[in-house]
Design a protein around this ligand. Structure first.
Ligand code: NAP
Length: 236
């Protein structure tokens, strides 16, 4: 198969397009013929080796955790998918090696869902990680009917989905802080409402810049440890 891979951790110019052996299909694995792969901030952190302490990695390493595609083969223990199904997945495995920047990705069955019919391949591949992040933050913030939800970075990958999911959860207002271009009115097809908010999530860097204090142990080296526990006010 053709894939984009690295042979060692480092900068973006280590990524090369190459031929690699087709990945193995384990018992609970669905082999997906990738139509589109999503690109997320975590991909460059993997590439640089910042997650090496948390995830065992193997080279050549194909980055990428998001994909949409068609099922090409299934392992003998797979029950929920069949060859030809259109799927979308957050294909994060315990070991990092067979990522989604490839023609074929071996996805554990638990990482996949049916692709929504109304979205394109590229739109579907952009949904999993950013969408799950937004949804998880709103769940942890207990956003629900009648709530007002503040979304930092509402023009970004996570933020624009958070605005829409908040609306789907019943929040009747969503807003963005007065920083940069991040207003809900700049996000296409999202109703433009404005009020102060009660929950937020964009990640450490943005929240520091916009003056919201994270009550968490996050750091530049371990950004995945951030928790959506924040409150208005300048960082100390
Ligand atoms: N994508 C994921 O699946 C995922 C998962 C977990 C955590 N995260 C974290 O969540 C954060 C956002 O990720 P993303 O994928 O949504 O990134 P993104 O698509 O690049 O969006 C970044 C957002 O932050 C805003 N922003 C950038 N610099 C800013 C500044 N100086 N002041 C105010 N706003 C600023 C951008 O506004 P402009 O439009 O004006 O540039 C944009 O709305 C990152 O810290 C990322 O590591 C992302």
């Amino acid at each position: 198969m053709k894939a984009i891979a690295i042979d060692e951790y480092g900068p973006a110019d280590l990524l090369t397009v190459r031929e690699l052996p087709d990945p193995p299909v384990g018992p609970d694995v669905v082999l997906v013929q990738v139509r589109a792969a999503g690109v997320n901030p975590v991909d460059w952190k993997v590439r640089e080796g910042y997650l090496a302490g948390a995830f065992p990695s193997h080279f050549p390493l194909v980055p990428g955790w998001d994909a949409a595609g068609v099922v090409a083969a299934v392992g003998p223990a797979v029950t929920g998918f069949a060859v030809g199904d259109e799927v979308v997945g957050y294909v994060r495995r315990d070991h990092i090696q067979y990522g989604t920047y490839a023609e074929l990705v071996p996805a554990p069955e638990r990482t996949l869902a049916a692709k929504p019919v109304q979205v394109s391949w590229a739109e579907a591949a952009g949904l999993p990680l950013a969408g799950l992040t937004a949804y998880q933050a709103l769940q942890l913030g207990r956003a629900g009917a009648g709530d007002t939800v503040l979304v930092h970075g509402a023009s970004g990958g996570v933020g624009h989905l958070a605005v829409q999911i908040a609306r789907a959860l019943g929040a009747d207002r969503s807003s963005a802080p007065p920083a940069r271009t991040t207003t809900t009115s700049s996000v296409p097809s999202v109703p433009s409402r404005s009020r102060t908010g009660t929950a937020c999530w964009t990640g450490c860097a943005s929240s520091r810049r916009t003056g919201w204090t994270w009550r968490s142990t996050c750091s530049a080296a371990t950004p995945w440890t951030c928790r959506p526990s924040c409150s208005p006010g300048r960082p100390a």
